[in-house]
Design a protein around this ligand. Structure first.
Ligand SMILES: [Zn+2]
Length: 472
């Protein structure tokens, strides 16, 4: 993790310095004595347009940047610069431009420098990045207070990535729930429902999914009341937290099944968004419900053909035990509406393989019954770079979920698999409730080619929800 601090002069104790500055500010940021050195500058291009300037005993890595670029461009620049210089020791990064751009640059470095090394026991010092500290220099601010919201969000993204990268033997529903409970130190209210409480609250669909596993299920309920004088809950978040999805009796093929430890990425993003709200002290009331279960085949597992009565009272015929996420979400949706009646409900889940076929690893799928909420989510995604593409929900898709023997079944066949899944969820949403479902199945992990997302868990959705919270 890179430490972000403040400094006055650009040169000084560090003999390697990065300067990122907008064109008009570029030379102004050097102090008088440093200005004297400028004519002696010899420059050479290192990487990605980053120039190295040799100033006597100093090396200055400089990036000239066009003015007035979106925040995301500055974040990506921070990530690129980090990648280019991470193996250089003792680096000071100086930025001269409007202060929020400086902060965006530093935020980009924080996202790009994330690593998950804890299970490596033989890493050599040479394998590890040496850049430890970034010193921000700008006349527009005197302390780092204004950086705190960025630091809080970066912290939350790291939290989600850590949770998602953990293997399923180290992150059971119980361990995940205990970890969420610890977030109370930030002022969040956290209530963990155990299996007995889930039974008395009728989380019957979630319990059915969990019944094949030795690891018992939990539901975590989080509240951030940033506007205590108001009774209104602006946003209710629901997350799918399947800590491992074998498919159950409808078992998945062996290839890449290990990736199914990531089937809790929706819950991780939702919990991390709550963490970010607390760290940023957002003045809104937000609640979250995440269902934490493991889907395993065993003698006690639920079966295809089983009929289960949901918390909402509607009955569901299980057609395929691998379509378990929507079962967990359905009860969580019913619970959050009944208990908190939030103005808007947004659920996030690694729900369907079909959304990966449709949108790849470029967009998450967005389904919504409300134009305003959908527009806000799309704008939020474009702003922070976690983009979504609106997909249809339709009566014809909804009909495909009908069952001959119960109110509905849990799969609608191969065709329009992401849309029929969304229609299933909609059956658990109150008529006039503003609701959106975000299918992140293609976005939970990356190959490391996107500059702000190192290989492995992406934490996709944390920034998107954070941006949305500020908008609605
Ligand atoms: Zn599944």
């Amino acid at each position: 993790m890179v430490e972000i601090t403040l400094g006055k002069n650009i040169l000084g104790a560090h003999n390697k310095v990065i300067v990122a500055a907008s064109n008009s500010e570029f030379e102004k940021i050097f102090s008088k004595s440093e200005q004297n050195l400028l004519p002696a500058i010899k420059k050479q291009t290192v990487k990605d347009g980053i120039k190295e300037y040799n100033l006597g005993s100093y090396s200055v890595f400089a990036v000239r940047v066009k003015e007035k670029q979106p925040a995301l461009v500055w974040q990506q620049l921070g990530g690129k610069v980090y990648k280019a210089v991470k193996h250089l020791p003792a680096i000071k990064v100086c930025l001269a431009t409007a202060k929020h751009y400086v902060f965006d640059f530093a935020f980009g470095v924080e996202l790009a420098s994330y690593r998950f090394d804890k299970y490596h026991t033989k890493l050599k010092a040479d394998d590890l990045p040496k850049l430890e500290k970034i010193v921000l220099t700008n006349s527009g601010y005197k302390n780092l207070d204004e950086y705190k919201p960025y630091a809080g969000l970066a912290n939350a993204v790291r939290y989600a990535r850590d949770m998602i990268n953990e293997p399923a033997n180290a992150l059971t529903p119980e361990i995940f729930a205990a970890d969420i409970k610890r977030l109370e130190y930030l002022g969040l209210k956290v209530n963990i429902l155990d299996e007995a409480q889930m039974k008395s609250e009728d989380f019957n669909l979630a319990l059915a999914v969990a019944q094949g596993s030795q690891n018992r299920p939990k539901v975590a309920v989080l509240q951030w009341l940033g506007q205590p004088e108001s009774d209104e809950i602006t946003l209710g978040l629901v997350g799918k937290g399947v800590t491992f999805d074998s498919g159950g009796i409808s078992i998945k093929p062996a290839a890449n099944m290990g990736e199914m430890k990531q089937d809790m990425a929706g819950a991780a993003a939702v919990v991390a968004a709550m963490k970010a709200a607390a760290l940023q002290k957002i003045e809104k009331n937000i609640v979250a419900v995440v269902g934490l279960v493991e889907n395993m085949p065993s003698g006690s597992a639920y079966r295809p053909g089983d009929i289960i009565r949901s918390m909402s009272g509607q009955t569901v015929e299980v057609d395929n035990t691998d379509a378990e996420g929507r079962l967990v979400l359905a009860d969580c949706l019913t619970y959050i509406q009944k208990r908190f009646s939030p103005k808007n409900v947004v659920d996030m889940a690694t729900l369907t393989g079909a959304i990966v076929v449709a949108l790849g690893h470029t967009f998450a799928g967005l389904f919504s019954n409300n134009e305003n909420l959908a527009a806000n989510i799309i704008t939020a995604g474009n702003t922070c770079g976690e983009r979504v593409w609106r997909m249809p929900i339709d009566e014809e898709f909804d009909k495909m979920m009908d069952s001959a023997i119960a109110d509905m079944r849990n799969t609608g066949g191969r065709a329009a698999g992401s849309s029929t899944a969304a229609c299933f969820l909609q059956r658990f949403v109150d008529k006039n409730r503003s609701w959106a479902h975000i299918d992140i199945a293609g976005m939970d992990a990356t190959d490391g080619k996107k500059v702000l997302y190192p290989k492995g868990a992406s934490g996709f959705g944390v920034m998107l929800l954070n941006e949305l919270v500020k908008k609605i």
